[in-house]
Design a protein around this ligand. Structure first.
Ligand SMILES: Nc1ncnc2c1ncn2[C@@H]1O[C@H](COP(=O)(O)OP(=O)(O)OP(=O)(O)O)[C@@H](O)[C@H]1O
Length: 915
């Protein structure tokens, strides 16, 4: 066959196909084919014309509708794919350019540039910049740091680089906290927890009530982007079902074309098949993407909500240990709950939506379509079959919710123990505690494995029954139902049209199978719902506990308070206290009704000093005010005489100049002159002495407001927040932070640079606390940017001197030091305390070493009798001198006995020699 012959044949085939299929003439007046451009335009116009025209046959109109829909859907698919690919290509080029700029340093290493990673807006909202390029991995790291606030310091070229870098950062807007919303939600959670919404026993479901409260966090408003995603998902689910319907019909037609040997129809139908594959595959991918995106959005919403409750000034992350739920696995492993449980809950809730919504949509569509083919009785039969199956499967469904919750708890225990091992590796190594730790880790691991196995075993029977019914029984019944209409029609009419029967059977069979698939997915989701119940309960308990702890009325887990408000309480018997956690739900009403009466002390803030008045130091417990009283009616004050003027604190050059000019002192030299006093005033000091566990650190806990004041007449007056600094007994070093971050803690590096502070200041502070040698270890000042596990790198004494560096950096007017120098040599201790005095800090030292008396003006001694009594004296007064005299006398008396003891020792040694 010549080339022109085959071309002519192809042309004829195309003309006939269009003519036969939709009566569309693709030739021009000169008998040549339409150009590619005008083909589409004329085809679309012709299709619209055919659809609109009432004179055409319904078959032709249906065909036109199908072709038009397929063209539109393919168009959408193609354009989205093209634009997405284009966007990705642009992104790749952009990243290449940025990387080439940012890697122009020596040896191709990224140039270090100090920048700002976040800022706070006036509204309380926060804008964060997260690096999008994985290679540079800047997220949350201060090492290679972020956008500079001081653009002025950077040369032209560097600025261009910075702008380029800026472009590769993703800007994230975090809305401000909504306190009213929290207040409102607090009651919602409380009501569900106490079952107040339980109006009718029949229709009440704990799971649904919990889910409905949580859904307000997941989708706050109807116009939220998550609800748009949800609607989009529903749209694509409907589209997928519609496309499946088209595919089923096409399938039947193709089989008929093959059997009856209609080549032309076969080619047309195969053409449709390939065309329809575009939107069908796009729809499937879109549903998956939307589901994932929705899950991530839910996770963001939940995590932000929990962070706002957990990490704020109310210190819920500390106080939560006192809540009566604190022993439940959810709170005990709160890190696991916040990270893993939330992710599992979000995945489970979005997949359950897709798993339920899709089969439901399928069921509706297919049954409407099938009703025409197999009649109402057939469809009713199918649904009766579903209900019976659902009932049987529910009866055999294992308690997956509880099992999933148990497994998650064991997972958390195992993970946490490993974390504990890493955090205390040095201590464990010293003790040679590997054996104990290995046993414990193995034990936790086997518990976890056991829980996983129980879960899988419990699914075994269920999976077997499920497989038998859903896979085999249903498809068998499907054949029966699909064949009914054909058999009956053939018997009734006596005509056996094989082609038509084949087409109808194929369509019915495919739809029946899809229906069976939809139904089985619906049945499978019984299992998923059961698992989701477990995760929902865990997340709900976590948030409602956080609400309770975050509340102003938080009673530190106090159990029962007398109705007269005096705080009397029936003693808990052993059995009662053991079952306390189990009964937590039941007793919550009595606690909540009297929350406000448990903690009745008063705190006065912004006081120009620090004052305790009649404060009982009580360990927070379920017994509330009747808990162990460590110190009774504690009263003291520093400075002893409080001036009415407001405090003055120096934070910057401007502050210092203003302060100095007020005092007529000129400061021409420098802000970094550390010899100048930070605070103006006498600089008073108090030493708290006492035996172990008498409650010394607890005084600091009350000052830091992490322990409550229970007694009604207790009054604490404290300075403004930024004028007070508490140094804990165990020094803390932030994880993954630079050396600079450790000195300036609790200030962040962003704020440090925002305020225009320089590393030069830190060098001077390090010199002041005699730690400047650390800088010489690495490459000088670059040590400020070094990231180590500082808790392990620094020695005990260095850690304590870092605490003094923090004090010098923040310059608070009042400092509370808890055993802050017990790892420091005596001469260094002397130096540091003299430094505190020189800079006129007001400080309270908690210690067991009477030798510190010489650095303090006041002495608070807690008695050894465990009765909680104390004495307060001014050092330097006759009383104090006589008390020191008494101590000297006691020591001299002991020295007198030395001769006797030495004699005894000699005697013992002699005896040993004889043996
Ligand atoms: N969270 C807590 N829950 C229960 N009891 C606590 C808690 N914190 C402290 N205690 C108890 O309170 C008592 C006083 O503790 P505190 O830390 O105030 O002692 P301290 O006087 O500072 O002792 P030391 O000199 O040994 O540090 C101790 O018996 C301790 O066990």
């Amino acid at each position: 066959m010549s080339k022109s012959d085959s071309r002519k044949k192809l042309k004829d085939l195309l003309i006939n196909l269009h003519q036969g299929c939709i009566e569309f003439d693709i030739t021009t007046s000169s008998n040549s084919l339409l150009s590619f451009r005008s083909y589409y335009k004329t085809l679309l116009l012709h299709l619209v014309d055919v659809i609109k025209s009432p004179t055409r046959t319904p078959k032709l109109r249906n065909r036109a509708i199908m072709i038009l829909l397929t063209i539109i859907l393919s168009g959408i698919t193609l354009s989205t794919t093209v634009s997405y690919t284009g966007y990705k290509i642009i992104q790749v080029f952009k990243n290449l350019i940025v990387n080439s700029y940012s890697r122009n340093g020596r040896n191709g290493k990224p140039v270090l540039r100090r920048t700002r990673s976040q800022m706070m807006l006036d509204t309380g909202a926060r804008v964060m910049y997260i690096h999008e390029d994985n290679n540079m991995n800047l997220v949350g790291s201060n090492r290679d740091i972020t956008l500079n606030s001081k653009l002025g310091n950077i040369s032209g070229m560097a600025r261009t680089n910075l702008n380029n870098i800026k472009q590769s950062f993703k800007k994230i807007f975090i809305p401000p906290r909504d306190e009213d919303l929290f207040e409102h939600d607090k009651f919602l959670f409380k009501n569900v927890e106490m079952g107040k919404l339980k109006k009718s026993q029949l229709f009440y479901s704990k799971f649904l009530s919990q889910l409905s409260v949580l859904s307000k966090i997941l989708i706050p408003t109807i116009v939220d982007k998550n609800s748009i995603l949800l609607f989009l998902q529903i749209f694509f689910l409907i589209l997928r079902t519609y496309l499946s319907l088209l595919v089923a019909r096409l399938d039947g037609r193709i089989v008929r074309d093959i059997i009856s040997g209609r080549l032309k129809n076969f080619i047309v139908d195969i053409g449709y098949w390939f065309l329809i594959a575009f939107p069908a595959s796009y729809t499937n991918a879109a549903i998956k993407l939307l589901q994932r995106k929705l899950s991530l959005n839910f996770r963001v919403n939940l995590t932000r909500y929990i962070h706002d409750l957990y990490l704020d000034k109310k210190l819920s992350f500390y106080k939560i240990i006192f809540d009566y739920n604190a022993n439940s696995s959810i709170i005990k492993n709160i890190d696991n709950s916040i990270t893993n449980d939330i992710a599992k809950f979000c995945d489970a809730s979005t997949s359950i939506f897709a798993n339920i919504a899709k089969p439901v949509i399928d069921l509706i569509f297919f049954s409407v379509y099938l009703r025409d083919n197999i009649g109402s009785i057939g469809v009713a039969g199918i649904f009766i079959n579903y209900f019976v199956t659902g009932y049987i499967l529910r009866a055999f469904a294992p308690p997956l919710g509880r099992l999933a919750s148990d497994m998650s708890a064991s997972d958390g225990d195992y993970y946490n123990y490993h974390l504990n091992l890493i955090n205390n590796c040095e201590e464990i190594s010293f003790y040679q505690g590997t054996n104990v730790e290995t046993t414990k880790v193995k034990q936790l691991y086997y518990i976890l494995m056991d829980k996983m196995l129980i879960m899988d075993k419990s699914k075994f029977n269920y999976n077997m029954i499920e497989g038998y019914i859903l896979k085999y029984t249903w498809s068998g019944l499907g054949y029966v139902f699909a064949s009914f209409p054909i058999i009956f029609t053939t018997i009734a009419s006596g005509i056996n049209s094989e082609e038509q029967n084949m087409k109808q059977f194929i369509v019915n069979k495919r739809l029946m199978l899809s229906l069976a698939d939809a139904g089985s997915r619906l049945m499978h989701s019984i299992k998923d719902i059961s698992q989701l119940t477990g995760y929902t309960n865990r997340i709900f308990t976590l948030i409602s506990t956080l609400h309770r702890v975050h509340s102003n009325d938080f009673a530190y887990g106090a159990y029962i308070v007398g109705s007269n408000g005096t705080g009397s309480m029936e003693n808990l018997t052993g059995a009662q206290s053991k079952s306390f956690n189990l009964k937590a739900d039941k007793v919550s009403s009595s606690i909540n009704s009297s929350d406000s009466t448990v903690i009745r002390g008063t705190i006065q803030k912004n006081f120009n000093g620090l004052r305790f008045e009649n404060i009982d130091v009580i360990i927070p417990s379920t017994k509330g005010q009747l808990g162990s009283k460590l110190i009774k009616k504690l009263t003291f004050q520093i400075p002893p005489f409080i001036a009415p003027i407001s405090s003055m604190k120096i934070n910057s050059l401007q502050d210092l100049n203003t302060s100095l000019s007020k005092l007529n002192i000129s400061n021409k030299n420098s802000i970094y002159d550390m010899t100048l006093p930070f605070s103006y005033g006498p600089g008073s000091s108090l030493l708290i002495l006492g035996p172990n566990s008498c409650g010394k650190s607890s005084i600091q806990r009350i000052i830091a407001e992490i322990w409550p004041i229970y007694n009604k007449n207790g009054l604490m007056s404290i300075p403004a927040e930024d004028e007070l600094m508490c140094i804990p007994q165990r020094p803390y070093f932030s994880k993954g932070g630079t050396f600079r971050d450790q000195i300036i803690y609790p200030m962040g590096s962003d704020e440090f640079f925002d305020r225009g502070l320089k590393d030069k200041l830190l060098v001077q502070i390090l010199a002041d606390v005699k730690l400047e040698y650390l800088l010489k270890r690495d490459k000088g000042w670059s040590y400020f940017d070094a990231v180590f596990d500082w808790k392990d790198v620094l020695s005990g004494g260095e850690k304590q001197r870092m605490n003094f560096a923090r004090i010098l950096f923040h310059k608070p007017r009042f400092v509370i030091l808890d055993e802050a120098t017990n790892a420091i040599s005596v001469d260094m201790e002397d130096y540091l305390f003299k430094m505190l005095k020189k800079y006129r800090f007001n400080f309270i030292s908690i210690s067991q070493r009477p030798s510190l008396v010489k650095y303090h003006d006041l002495l608070l001694e807690i008695s050894e009798d465990k009765e909680g009594t104390w004495t307060l004296q001014t050092l330097g007064t006759d009383e104090a001198i006589s008390s020191i005299d008494n101590e000297i006398e006691e020591l001299e008396a002991k020295l007198m006995k030395v001769q006797v003891w030495e004699e005894e020792r000699r005697e013992l040694q002699k005896r040993l020699e004889v043996i």
